[in-house]
Write a new protein. Structure first.
Length: 115
């Protein structure tokens, strides 16, 4: 499902929508869409003509608490020139971003990261 900047969002100028059949079905988490200084890094990334973003649902909705609301485990896919993707990953701060969860798979003991 493609990602698209939500330019008309008065509450969050950096909001990014998830589309299904050209309809908005949700938004990516605020902490993923923004850097610590509220820069809309994902919006900036997918606004470039050489870049694109999409999402694949990989689990069922769950409420982990903490005020983040209902969450759906997803894998985000960002395509573009390597230097753009590398910078995006750095600015998202994967290791410290509250929108990204790493879980241990009970069956195989493998770590799974969901953004």
């Amino acid at each position: 499902m493609p990602l698209q900047p939500e330019l008309g969002n008065g509450d969050n100028k950096n909001a990014v929508t998830v589309l299904k059949e050209s309809r908005v079905i949700g938004h990516i988490p605020h902490h993923l869409a923004n850097t610590k200084n509220r820069t809309g890094i994902v919006t900036h990334f997918i606004s470039k003509p050489t870049n694109r973003g999409s999402v694949e649902v990989c689990g069922k909705a769950v409420n982990w608490g903490g005020g983040l609301g209902m969450e759906i485990p997803c894998v985000y896919i960002f395509d573009g020139p390597r230097k753009h993707v590398d910078l995006l990953e750095q600015l998202i701060d994967i290791g410290n971003n509250p929108a990204i969860r790493t879980e241990v798979d009970a069956d195989g003991g493998k770590h799974k990261t969901s953004m």
